[in-house]
Ligand binder design. Structure first.
Ligand SMILES: CC(C)(COP(=O)(O)OP(=O)(O)OC[C@H]1O[C@@H](n2cnc3c(N)ncnc32)[C@H](O)[C@@H]1OP(=O)(O)O)[C@@H](O)C(=O)NCCC(=O)NCCS
Length: 241
């Protein structure tokens, strides 16, 4: 039996005690495969939530938000401990990115009841971005219009292609924004695919003169997981290590 990635804990809602443990999830395993040199911790916390009938409709999103926040914090402290760092959850920078310990960098993504966190030492990798999305909802096509170019769309993927591209661009944004310190739009990132298999794709993202390796997986039905890996290169500011 596979062990949970993160230690058990408890949380209370309406005087009932719920177990807070993150269970391994196939999407997290996909992200681990896409980024073998990055430490990844995550999973699903769906089973930690009270049954919907026990939570008034008006409170459900705040309960989900609270449990997601706790689950993210547990994943992050597990990552830091595994790296031999103090188990203190990194706070947020004004940009929304996490304030990683000196010499390290990482990324966070959550969707629904899944959470994924990543950590790597700054060295062979300068930065990492991860993103998880559902393929079948959440994004109106009108939101996407203008953010992707026709030649970026892998034709074989049909309508899923737009959501996959946005997920990949979100991972690129999360990797580059903390390094460059500037905001930019997804239409400024261009993706060129190198290898398109049925459930795994890889390519290169270009932003200005910077290149980012991108990989994504649709092996878990209804989900896409994306990873962006930034290697040291001219044009990147020096890291604060
Ligand atoms: C930051 C952003 C990429 C988050 O993506 P998302 O799919 O909404 O949400 P996810 O759950 O995947 O990611 C959330 C995590 O992103 C991370 N994040 C937030 N801002 C970030 C930033 N500037 N850089 C890197 N990571 C960031 C945080 O760690 C956050 O999780 P946490 O608050 O628990 O730590 C996205 O919402 C955003 O703001 N993008 C701005 C760029 C943009 O929208 N460009 C298009 C304009 S046309």
């Amino acid at each position: 039996m596979s062990k949970p990635d993160v230690q058990r804990d408890e949380w209370v809602h309406s005087q009932e005690v719920y177990t807070m443990d993150i269970r391994t999830d196939p999407l997290v395993n996909e992200i681990k495969d896409l980024a073998p040199n990055v430490s990844i911790v995550g999973g699903t916390f769906a089973h930690c939530l009270p049954a919907p009938k026990k939570v008034p409709q008006a409170e459900r999103s705040s309960v989900l938000e609270r449990v997601r926040r706790d689950a993210t914090g547990k994943c992050l402290t597990a990552l830091l401990m595994a790296a031999g760092l103090p188990a203190i959850e990194p706070g947020h920078l004004p940009s929304g990115a996490r304030d990683w310990p000196a010499g390290y960098t990482g990324s966070v993504s959550h969707k629904g009841t899944k959470v994924v966190t990543a950590l790597t030492r700054i060295g062979k990798l300068r930065s990492v971005g991860i993103d998880v999305e559902t393929l079948d909802g959440g994004r109106e096509l009108s939101d996407i219009k203008g953010l992707i170019a026709a030649d970026e769309l892998p034709l074989t993927l049909g309508t899923m292609g737009s959501v996959i591209l946005l997920s990949v661009k979100e991972a690129v944004y999360k990797a580059l924004n903390p390094v460059l310190g500037i905001r930019f739009g997804y239409e400024e990132i261009q993706i060129s695919w190198k290898d398109i298999a049925r459930q795994r794709m890889s390519g290169v993202a270009h932003f200005d003169r910077i290149t980012v390796d991108v990989r994504c997986s649709t092996a878990v039905p209804r989900w896409v997981g994306s990873v962006a890996l930034v290697r040291p290169q001219p044009g990147l500011p020096s890291p604060h290590v």
